[in-house]
Design a protein. Sequence first.
Length: 178
Amino acid sequence: MSNPQVAKRYATALFQVASEQSLLNTVEEELRVVKEVFNTNPGLIKTLKAPKLSKEKKRELLQTAFASASVYVKNLLFLLADRHREEIIPQVADYFIELANAEKGIADAKVYSVQPLTDGQKEALSLAFAPKVGKKALQVENITDSNLLGGVKLRIGNRIYDGSLRGKLDRLERKLLS
């Protein structure tokens, strides 16, 4: 079985447990932290995969790193480490977040802008674009990109809404050349 399928199974199992225990939001936030830790520290997976590192040492390392996490998240991390599947931990977190967002009617959106957006601007974008993708709200991640020149570019799943000045200039250029 390939890694994405395995990651989906673990995420689905954790999602079911978190839903039954009414801990969906808590587990989601904890998995966002876990994902961030693994993405910012690529050496962590290499360390956990080291053949000389015993299961007990792996558990101790994970326990120390994620001491404030719930027992469900810790048990998932321990299970994945015991089964030598450390490399799929960020994928499991991604799939879990996807499932939680689907349950809540929320979509993740990356908004590229020249300047950081205010909370009011993020909320306005969420209100404007959430109905277009059939969701109740958008969870906006703002990324500053000076190449846009002005405006915003929004990515929701595999959809891109380009209202940037750079995008308009590129479209105009293609139109003039054709």
